[in-house]
Structure formats: structure tokens, C-alpha cells
Design a protein around this ligand. Structure first.
Ligand code: SF4
Length: 256
């Protein structure tokens, strides 16, 4: 654990994180969806002086939700690699800077170059569009990219980095896109938080089990392509399935 005493929570290098932590209330575009980052920040900030590995994961979640909340409320729009998956990559990168890296500038370069290379493989071999492949193509791909970037920053070999990317997408295969009311808020914001946590876990798994892999990244990308081809259009950004048809947000939330 590095830089615990230099936590830059709310600095201006990650504007969405800083902006989200200053805001409370409801997200404007959707009827009644409350912001949660301000609450999360309040809850975990007291832990900062004595936080260990697990509480630091709370910050990871918080970073992802922050970026997505700012995105969803019409603030800074982050595309990484898509707007729906805006929080995963920034969250993992900030987590590295705040909690892991001794050389932040180098880590930023390593992370972004590695993540971009993995993203290109998905773009060429399958898709990064939810309209073509559902949420596996958005949060799933972002998770894979971030997992690879995290592993690279931890000094993993190229083979292990690719395996981190593979684990990152493998457990998102088949993930559908079903935003309520067609807005990138529910389940999207929370899903980015889980995507970030899953990315770090995927990288840690790949580094822990070096040499005993059974699925390659190429095989996982091809599986994603085939899954996307089989997926009904109802699960591809149309809001005609899943949570988009079962959840009535204005009725499920208390009056504000
Ligand atoms: S559910 Fe759909 S809109 Fe929401 S993040 Fe996933 S792909 Fe994007």
C-alpha cells in the first residue's frame, strides 16, 4: 500500500470524482434516482487514516460511481471505451495512483497504453457497442481493459496481462443491456462499480494462478462475438427487456 498519507480524494486531476463528491440530491435526468457518491464518501472518509486493503476497495467503487453520476447528470462526459462504461477505467486508474503506485506518471502511461491495446482487440475481434453486443460489450470490455492495465502496472508479464483481460471479460459474457427508461443510470452506474472491483480481482487472480489458464483472451473475445450475434435485440440498448421492463423507479423509491 502506497500513498496512504497522500490521498488526493477530491483533487482536480479526476474532475468527475471531485465534482460528484460535492453533490447530493437526485440525478436530474431520471425520475427520482438519488446520487450516492456523496453518501459513500461520507461513510468511508473516516476510515482513511486506518484503511487497509478492503476499505480501499470502497474508494474504488466510489470513484466509478462518481464518474458515472457526473456523466449521467450532464457533467463531464467520459468515454472509456463508451459512455455507459465511463467509470470502470478511471476508477481503476485512480485506485492505482492513490493506493498502489510509487511512480504515478509511469503508471498512468502503462495503464492507458495497455488498456487501449486490449480495447483494440475487442474492437477488431468483436464489438465495444452495446447496440451490437449488450452490456458485455460496454462494462464487460471496460472491465477487461482495466484488468489488463492493473496487471501491467503491477509488473505482470505480457501473458499474465492478457490473462487478466481474459478473466475480466469471461465473467461478463452474456451481460445484457437493459437501462431503465433508456437512461444510462440504472443499472449502469452501480454496474460500473462492480466492473471496477471485478477488474482488480481479475488482475489479482491472473497474477496468483500464473501458468494454469484454460481460456485465452482470443477465445473469450470470439465467445463474446458469438454471444452478441445470438443475443436478442431486446437486450441491446432498447430497454425492452430485463430491469427495464420490471422496475418502476418512481414507485420503488420513497418520496423525496
Ligand atoms: S446497461 Fe446498457 S446503457 Fe447501461 S452501462 Fe450497460 S450497456 Fe451501457
Amino acid at each position: 500500500m502506497k500513498r496512504q498519507d497522500q490521498h488526493q480524494h477530491g483533487d482536480n486531476k479526476f474532475e468527475s470524482v471531485a465534482a460528484a463528491n460535492r453533490k447530493k440530491g437526485l440525478l436530474a435526468a431520471l425520475k427520482g434516482v438519488p446520487r450516492v457518491v456523496g453518501s459513500l464518501d461520507h461513510a468511508i472518509a473516516p476510515m482513511a487514516p486506518r484503511r487497509t486493503v478492503i476499505p480501499s476497495m470502497d474508494f474504488l467503487s466510489c470513484y466509478a460511481i462518481a464518474v458515472n453520476e457526473v456523466n449521467a447528470s450532464g457533467g463531464r462526459i467520459v468515454t472509456s471505451p463508451t459512455n455507459g462504461a465511463s467509470g470502470v477505467i478511471p476508477a481503476v486508474l485512480k485506485y492505482i495512483i492513490e493506493f498502489v503506485s510509487d511512480a504515478p506518471v509511469r503508471s498512468v502511461e502503462t495503464f492507458l497504453l495497455t488498456a487501449a491495446a486490449v480495447g483494440m482487440l475487442f474492437k477488431r475481434g468483436s464489438t465495444i457497442s452495446a447496440a451490437e453486443g449488450g452490456c458485455q460489450a460496454e462494462v464487460g470490455v471496460a472491465c477487461s481493459m482495466a484488468a489488463a492495465g492493473f496487471a501491467a502496472c503491477m509488473g505482470a508479464s505480457p501473458e499474465t496481462v492478457l490473462q487478466a483481460a481474459e478473466i475480466g471479460i469471461e465473467h461478463n459474457l452474456g451481460l445484457t443491456c437493459d437501462p431503465i427508461d433508456g437512461l444510462v443510470q440504472v443499472p449502469c452506474i452501480e454496474r460500473n462499480s462492480l466492473g471496477a472491483v471485478k477488474a482488480v480481482t481479475a488482475a489479482q487472480l491472473s497474477m496468483a494462478i500464473t501458468g494454469v489458464y484454460s481460456v485465452t483472451l482470443d477465445e473469450a473475445i470470439e465467445a463474446m462475438r458469438l454471444t452478441a450475434a445470438d443475443m436478442s435485440v431486446k437486450y441491446k440498448e432498447t430497454s425492452l427487456s430485463g430491469l427495464a421492463t420490471t422496475v418502476k423507479i418512481p414507485l420503488s423509491l420513497p418520496a423525496c
